[in-house]
Design a protein around this ligand. Structure first.
Ligand code: ARG
Length: 466
């Protein structure tokens, strides 16, 4: 039988109905499979509500105590698992039914002045605060892993890319840290989401507020929220925090995907700058030599569903009339999936980064002297040649090296001198020094050792780790 039957006391809203719910409506109506995980928060919110009702004189102290003890027993039962299929529509009806089994008719007083609309909104926010704290820890974990890898990459010099073509040399640490700063911005974004989450809807009822003088401020304090919702109609249907959460999750997903892509590319035979540990790679069932960096591909793949969850939620919210609408039941699967996906991917990618090893010999093999063409132009600039002109001169030198089928650094001194006197008599040679090139960029945010070390120090400080 469907969750109805007000007369039997099993359902939440059966009084005005005759007959049971159509069998094909039942599975559509039911959200228990999705929202069962909210039970600890449903109990927590219900405990606070029972206290608030007793405080407001709606319940006697004794009734309040009975409900609190009863809710403890319900929690103990749920902790063990309900064991098999249950008839209830959602977690709120399940908790209330179990409370009835635990304490009898007085259980029916708990829902006074409350609606599942403000209840589910409260439960979800309680759940989100907990998960956001965990995601913050995991973000710090990945940040630490990048810092650990970066510390091993201060000396090795990597070709830096734009358009995936070799551009200028950088320290390998600079590359690793380039993936850290987006994560620190993600962290700030999630912290802002948490502030949006920490607004208490409880006391809003179905839409018009609670007619009993419950102390919402005390509820806020007891449940660990930072503020009270200002408008009961808005409060029951506000899922802005969820959209913000799914956006923050999507953007983090995009960042992880880009990190994954770099790890993938850099661990190929063609690049070979980094080696992913065996524990994060898989083999092929057919090709014996294969060692695939699946961690990076899976993380890249998971970012698609994170973006999908955001799109799904925004589409769900668009066009809803004021107040609670049942469409909102669909929010949970999306919100939960983003949290689950992040908690699945963050530790794995963190482990892969922490155990990855830079391969300086491969970096050296891959570096072409053309990476130093800008440094050559800078020699001309220091000799008083306008940069545009220097650019043109070096461009012509690169073309000449190409025609002679030699590397830029292998052109004879006479050729450099022919292109410009500032480059004559071996003066051009100064450009072909990898260390000097990265050291020349000694400003904050640059590639010089001191700049990269300052970056490392700031990153460590921002992560709040030693
Ligand atoms: N299961 C519902 C949800 O997830 C709870 C609220 C139901 N409210 C209602 N008026 N039917 O949104």
């Amino acid at each position: 039988m469907a969750d109805r039957g007000g007369e039997e006391g099993g359902g939440l809203w059966g009084g005005r109905f005759s007959g049971g719910m159509a069998p094909e409506m039942e599975p559509l109506n039911r959200s228990l499979d999705d929202d069962f995980r909210l039970w600890p928060h449903d109990i927590e919110g219900s405990r606070a509500w029972a206290r608030a009702l007793a405080h407001a004189g709606v319940l006697t102290d004794e009734e309040g105590e009975t409900l609190l003890k009863g809710l403890d027993r319900v929690a103990a039962r749920l902790r063990e698992g309900v064991g098999g299929p249950v008839p209830d529509e959602d977690i709120h009806s399940l908790v209330e039914r179990l409370l009835g089994e635990a304490v009898g008719e007085v259980a029916g007083k708990l829902h006074t002045g409350r609606s599942r609309n403000d209840q589910v909104a409260t439960d979800l926010r309680l759940w989100a605060m907990e998960r956001l704290d965990r995601i913050d820890d995991l973000l710090v974990g990945l940040g630490e892993a990048l810092v650990t890898l970066a510390r091993t990459g201060v000396d090795p010099i990597l070709p830096g890319y734009t358009h995936l073509q070799q551009g200028q040399p950088i320290r390998a640490a600079h590359w690793a840290l380039s993936h850290l700063w987006p994560l620190l911005r993600d962290r700030r974004r999630f912290q802002e989401v948490r502030r949006s989450v920490a607004v208490l809807p409880l006391g809003s009822g179905a839409l018009a507020g609670c007619p009993f003088p419950v102390d919402r401020e005390a509820l806020r304090e007891a449940l660990g929220f930072e503020a009270l919702s200002e408008n009961s109609m808005d409060a029951v249907s506000d899922r802005d925090w969820a959209a913000e959460f799914l956006f923050a999750g999507s953007l983090l997903g995009v960042h992880l995907s880009r990190l994954g892509e770099d790890l993938l590319l850099f661990s190929t035979r063609e690049f070979g700058f980094i080696r992913i540990a065996d524990g994060y790679s898989t083999g092929s069932s057919l090709m014996p030599q294969k060692r695939n960096p699946d961690v990076a591909e899976l993380v890249r793949g998971k970012s698609g569903r994170l973006v999908g969850n955001l799109t799904g939620l925004l589409t769900l919210l668009k066009g809803l009339p004021t107040g609670y609408n049942r469409d909102l039941q669909e929010d949970k699967a999306l919100i939960f999936d983003t949290a689950d996906t992040l908690e699945l991917t963050l530790p794995a990618i963190a482990g892969a980064v922490r155990t990855a090893r830079f391969q300086p010999a491969a970096m050296e093999r891959a570096r072409n002297a053309e990476l130093l063409a800008t440094d050559l132009a800078d020699i001309l600039v220091r000799g008083g040649v306008p940069f545009r002109k220097s650019h043109e001169i070096v461009g012509a030198l690169v073309r000449e090296a190409e025609e002679r089928e030699v590397s830029l650094s292998e052109l004879p001194d006479s050729v450099f001198g022919k292109h410009h006197p500032v480059l004559a008599n071996g003066a051009a040679r100064a450009a072909f020094d990898w260390e000097a090139s990265v050291e020349a960029r000694a400003i904050p945010g640059g590639t010089a050792r001191a700049s990269v070390e300052a970056q490392l120090e700031e990153a460590t400080r921002r992560l709040g780790v030693g």
